[in-house]
Write a protein that binds this ligand. Sequence first.
Ligand code: SAH
Length: 398
Amino acid sequence: MAAKSSLNRSLPGIIVSSRGASRLQRGHSWVYRSDITGAEQIRPGSLVSVSDGHGRFLGTAMYSSSSQIAVRLLAPGPIKNFPDLVAARVRQAIEYRKLVVNHSDAYRVVFSEADFLPGLIVDRYNDLLSIQILTQAMDSDPARAAIISVLSDELSPASITERADARVRALEQLASRDSALVAGTKSSTVFTMNGVRFHHSALAGQKTGAFLDQRENYAAAEQYAHGDALDVFCYQGGFALHLARRCNRVTAVDSSRPALETAEKNATLNGREVEWIEANAFDLLKDYAAAGRQYDSIVLDPPAFAKSQKNLPSAFAGYKELNLRALKMLRPGGILVTCSCSQQVSQMDFLEVILSAAIDLRIRPRIIELRGQARDHPILLGVPETRYLKAVICRLSD
Ligand code: SAH
C-alpha cells in the first residue's frame, strides 16, 4: 500500500461520494461530476488519484474538466507511465481480436471503456485504420503519439485517419480539429466481411465508414433469409449484399444519397443486383404496407432513436411503427431481422415493442435468435453502456 500511494503522490486527488465509490466498486468505470465531493485544482485531461470519503484509494483515473462523466477509471492501482499503459492496452486489444474475429479484415480494434481505453475507438478496414479520440486525456500529445506508434508497429497499416466528431470534441472542450490522415497517405481501400466486399473511403461516410458492429448479424440474417427481401435503413448495403447471396430479389432503402451511391458501387463490386431506393423509411413502409406489398425477409436497422431517457417514449413509438409495418408485410414463414442500437432501450423493452406490434396484428412470431453487437465490440461486465446493439431475428409461422 505504501508503495502504491507514493507512486500516485504526484497526481492530483479526487474524493468521490459513497455513491460514486460504490459505482466503481461494482465494476463501472465512471464517476459523474455530481458524485465528486472534493478535488484540487485539476488540469483538463490529467490523471487523478481517486479516493472515497474515508481516504481509501480507489484507483487512478482520467479527469475531464467538461464532461458530466468527470472521472473515468483506468486502473485500480497506481500508473507508472500513461502513454506506456495506453500502448500496452492497445496491444492487448489487438490480441483480443485474434480470438474473436473471423472471416473479416474489417473490425473494431479498440472499443473505448470495453478495452480499458476510455475515449479511444480504433476501426480497421483492411489496410486502413480509423481512429476517434473522445476524451481529454486520450487527446494529450503523449497519448496520441503512443496510440499512433503502437498501431503502426503492430498492424502496419497503409494509413491512419483520425475522424474528428466536431460536436463531441466541442462538448469535451478539445481543440477543434478536422478529420485527416495522421499517418500514411492512402485514403481508400476495399474490405471484406464474410466474403462480401465493400468500398471504404477513409474520410467519407457515417461513423468511421461502416457499421462494423453488425458484421456477425449480416451472416446470421443471410442464413435465414429467402425469397423477396427488403433492407430498410440499408446505408452502404451491409445487410442487402449479404441477403443478395440467398434471396431472389433485394430492395434496399435509405435516406442518404451518398450512402446509396456507395451501396451501388458495392453491389457492382460483388456482381450483385439490388434495387436501391432513396426515401424516408417511415413514408416508404407506410406506402408499401398500404399497397399490400409482401416480402419473405425484412431487415430493420434504424439509427438510434433514443439518445436519452427523455425521448424513450417517442423512440418506442418509432420502433413500434416500423416493426408493425414490417410484420404486416411478411408472408407466412417470413423472416424479420429487427435491430435497435439505442443503448437506452434494453433487450426486454425492445422485445416488448415487437410483441406489442405482433399483438396488434394478431400474429405470434417465434424468435430464432437474440443477438447483439459483434464480438469485436466487447461488452464489459459492470459497464452497461458498452452493451447497446440488439438484433432480434424472428420468423412468422407458415
Ligand atoms: N444497416 C446499415 C446501418 C444503418 S445505420 C448497415 O448495416 O450498414 C442507419 C441508416 O439509416 C443510415 O444509413 C441513415 O442514412 C439512415 N436513415 C436515417 N434516418 C432515415 C430515414 N428516416 N429514412 C431512411 N433512412 C434513414
